[in-house]
Every structure is written in C-alpha cells, then in structure tokens.
Design a protein around this ligand. Structure first.
Ligand SMILES: [Zn+2]
Length: 275
C-alpha cells in the first residue's frame, strides 16, 4: 500500500510538472506595431503605441500576467484598453490583470461581468478606439458563435483579429459548440466585408481575407451536403461514413473534427427544423 501511494504521488507530480512545462507562450510581430500573443492553442493580439497599449483577449489569468510582463519589456507605456472579442471563458478570462489601468470594451450583449471584470464601454454595431496614431475598428458580428462576438481591425496595419467564427486552413472546432451555424456563416460574411489584409484568428495559423471566404465555403458545403443526405433519409452515421470531404483532407484538424463537424451540423439542422 505505501509503495502504491508513493507511486501515485510521483505520477501526480510528474503530471503536474509536465503540464506546467507544456504551456506554450509566445509573442510574434504581425506587422508594424501589432503583435500576436499565443497561449497554447489560443491567440490574441495587442497594439503598442506611444500613448499606451491596446490588449485584446486575456485568455486566462496566468497568460495575462505573463503577457503584461512581456509587454513591459517592449514599452513602458501602460495598458490603456482591454477589448474582448467575446465573453467565452477560454478567451476572456483573466482580464482583471489589465483592468486597473485599462478602459474595458465589450459588445452590448456581453454579460455584466466577464470573469469578474465589468466593461466600462459597450457598443451595438460599430465602435472605434483611437490612440497614438492607431485606430482599432470594432464591428459586431451578430449572433452565431455566441451572441457578443466582434471583429477588430487595426489601422494603419490593416490586421484583423477574429475569433472562433473563422480559422485558416483548419476545419471548424468539433461539433460547432455554442454556435448557431447559419448565424456563424453570416458572421464570417461580415468579417469578409471588412477592409483588411492580414487575418489573425483566435486559433491556428494566420492568413488573409480569402481564408475567411474558404472557411465560410467549407461550412456552406458541409451544410448543403448534410442537408441533402438527411433529406434523402440517410442517418447521421451513414453521412459520417460517406462524407469524406476529401478536398479538405490537408486542412488542420480534418482527421479529428470531420466527424464531429458532420454530427454537429446534422444536430443543428434537425434541432432548427431545417430538415
Ligand atoms: Zn468562443
């Protein structure tokens, strides 16, 4: 018994140590004064200006504390704005790290507090932040992936930060959790309507506007194929077996998420009376 107990403790320590070492954080310059911040599989952006820093999704407390320290190595300017892409906890936790110096901005539909932080500024359709020669243009994307999702475009760099509704050469996350899929397609169309050159999503690699279009087309093709199959009387299991979506086989997460994509789409279509 004592030996087993000791082994259990050792395994727990090993697991904890491995987890701590596996947190992958990085900062890369996207263009001009716009930087990309990575915390494992989550990304946000920040903008450095001579009048202060604009940060976006804090991701979580540990990530935000690390980011704040790293920003302090780039500039001695304070964090003046914290802008949330949306309120989902995996992107929006830890904002308290920045809220002491920052004006906090979120969409009108965001909850009263986001991980304990109450936004000072809320907007409906459009809002822009001007600071130190930069403009961050905020656009509400409507209901789809969540109900408070916005896109941000930083000028003059023309970098767009758009989270969860869109990714670059990567199939959508699992089974479209928390998403109205028709709404998500409209959210992507709104992103496509914005004027920008570089797309920096909340997950995965960076791209350009055409990547947002390709992502929307994937969702639309998946919707059409699953609709057709279900209307022809096929089961979701049959569609999983038949719908190989070969043209996307080289996209990220295709192997893991093709099946949940099909199941999530079938479930959404049936739940919303589309079949
Ligand atoms: Zn989300």
């Amino acid at each position: 018994m004592p030996r087993l107990f000791a082994t259990l403790i050792a395994c727990t320590l090993l697991a904890t140590g491995a987890f701590a070492q596996d947190v992958k954080r990085s900062i890369t310059k996207i263009a001009g004064d716009v930087y990309r911040f990575q915390n494992n599989f989550h990304y946000s952006i920040f903008v450095v200006t001579p009048e202060g820093v604009v940060v976006t999704d804090p991701i979580n407390r540990g990530a935000a504390e690390w980011l704040k320290a790293e920003i302090g190595k780039i500039t001695d300017q304070p964090i003046k704005y914290l802008i949330y892409s949306h309120s989902h906890g995996d992107h929006a936790s830890g904002g308290a790290v920045f809220a002491d110096t920052a004006e906090v901005i979120a969409h009108r539909n965001a909850p009263d507090t986001i991980d304990g932080v109450a936004p000072n500024t809320r907007f409906d359709d459009k809002h822009s932040v001007k600071i130190g020669g930069k403009t961050v243009e905020l656009t509400y994307l409507g209901k789809g992936h969540g109900e408070d999702l916005i896109a941000m475009v930083v000028r003059p760099e023309n970098v767009a930060f758009a989270v969860d509704a869109v990714s670059v050469n990567r199939v959508p996350f699992r089974d479209f959790p928390g998403s109205d899929i028709a709404g998500t397609i409209n959210q992507i169309k709104t992103i496509e309507s914005l004027d920008f050159e570089i797309l920096s999503p909340g997950h995965g690699g960076m791209g350009v506007k055409a990547d947002a279009t390709a992502h929307r087309e994937y969702v639309e093709k998946l919707m059409a194929a699953v609709t057709e199959g279900l209307k022809a009387g096929k089961t979701t299991d049959q569609l999983v077996a038949e719908l190989t979506l070969d043209e996307y086989a080289n996209w990220g997460s295709y192997k893991n998420w093709r099946e949940p994509n099909i199941r999530g789409m079938a479930r959404w279509l049936m739940e919303n009376g589309k079949i």
